[in-house]
Design a protein around this ligand. Structure first.
Ligand code: NDP
Length: 297
């Protein structure tokens, strides 16, 4: 890393730790007020090792804030019908306020149908077509956790985002598209780049806010970043460096010293994702019980 590295490292881990503390207080307040314990159900189909690690982390953190965690581990050959039956049961269960199906699903299952079978009011991943539509039309939605965490960090660093040029690299339904919608709702001027975009570096250089969610190690080079930009690196890429396994983002972090601020990988966006999942579960609980108080932020 060069000695002129002046960018602030946005401490997503610390931010998430403080948010989770506030959410634990929120859970305890809701329990006292309603006599009920908010609950999150996570469904894992198959034995994908990375998915297993994510589900384990979600289970532990859900319990740590005082909520109920219901983990359903199903074999890889589970049929679409069996999965739909389970989702129907979780939709009908009043103890379950949030439902998440861990993606990716095995190839024989139809992801869109599975996601759209979740009650939209329990869809704490915010992937249901109704929540995507509500977000796009400026209505109250459950918002996908990763972009929600990115937005919280951006607003914490920049305050009012209105009028800023935002470039989102990546257009997945999970990160890129909802991120762009959230920035648009904050009155940013938003561009979305993807694999067919003609001149990605030039577009990135226009960004006051640059969010990168591609899945390519250190694709965004230092000279793609405008001096003073705020950079959010969503990528998680497993790499070998000098024979050792490691994790890097989609941005060449060491070349980004002229940015105003940047999230490191690891320790940036990742920890915020689970914190926002817990927050979404409390928002879903509130809506299901007609409570008007806002979820802790
Ligand atoms: P997807 O593979 O679904 O989407 C990747 C996007 O990047 C696509 O829109 C693709 O374009 C675009 N892309 C690919 N190559 C290029 C290129 N050369 N130039 C510009 N755009 C390109 O990935 P996800 O959105 O699910 O995830 C992205 C990254 O974020 C991954 O590393 C993932 O691990 C990480 N991630 C991290 C999370 C966290 O909690 N920190 C949560 C979720 C994801 P096209 O659509 O044209 O193919």
């Amino acid at each position: 890393m060069n000695t002129l590295f002046q960018a602030e490292r946005i401490d997503g881990k610390g931010f998430a730790t403080r948010l989770v503390e506030r959410l634990a207080d929120d859970v305890s307040m809701l329990k006292t007020k309603t006599g009920l314990t908010p609950g999150l159900a996570v469904v894992l189909v198959g034995e994908d090792p990375a998915s297993g690690v994510y589900v384990g982390a979600k289970h532990r953190q859900t319990q740590a804030v005082g909520m109920e965690s219901y983990v359903h581990r199903l074999p890889a050959q589970t049929s679409q019908e069996a999965l739909m039956t389970l989702l129907g049961q979780l939709n009908a269960d009043p103890a379950v306020n949030g439902i998440l199906v861990q993606l990716p699903l095995p190839a024989h299952l139809d992801t869109h149908s599975v996601i759209n079978a979740i009650d939209p009011n329990k869809d704490v991943d915010g992937f249901h077509i109704l929540n995507a539509g509500r977000l796009a039309t400026g209505q109250d939605a459950l918002v996908p956790c990763t972009p929600l965490g990115c937005l919280m960090m951006l607003k914490d660093r920049l305050g009012d985002l209105s009028g800023l040029n935002a470039v989102v690299v990546g257009k997945s339904n999970i990160v890129g598209k909802p991120m762009a919608q959230l920035l648009l709702a904050e009155n940013c001027t938003v561009s979305i780049a993807h694999s067919k975009t003609r001149n990605v570096p030039e577009l990135c250089r226009t960004a006051d806010i640059l969010v990168v969610a591609v899945g390519r190690p250190e694709m965004v080079k230092g000279d793609w970043i405008k001096p003073g930009a705020v950079v959010i690196d969503v990528g998680i890429n497993r790499v070998q460096r000098e024979g050792q396994p490691g994790i890097v983002g989609d941005v060449a972090f060491a070349e980004a010293g002229h940015a105003a601020a940047i999230t490191p990988v690891p320790g940036g966006v990742g920890p915020m994702t689970i914190a926002c999942l817990l927050a979404n579960t409390l928002t879903a609980f509130r809506r299901q019980h007609n409570l008007n108080t806002p979820t802790a932020r």
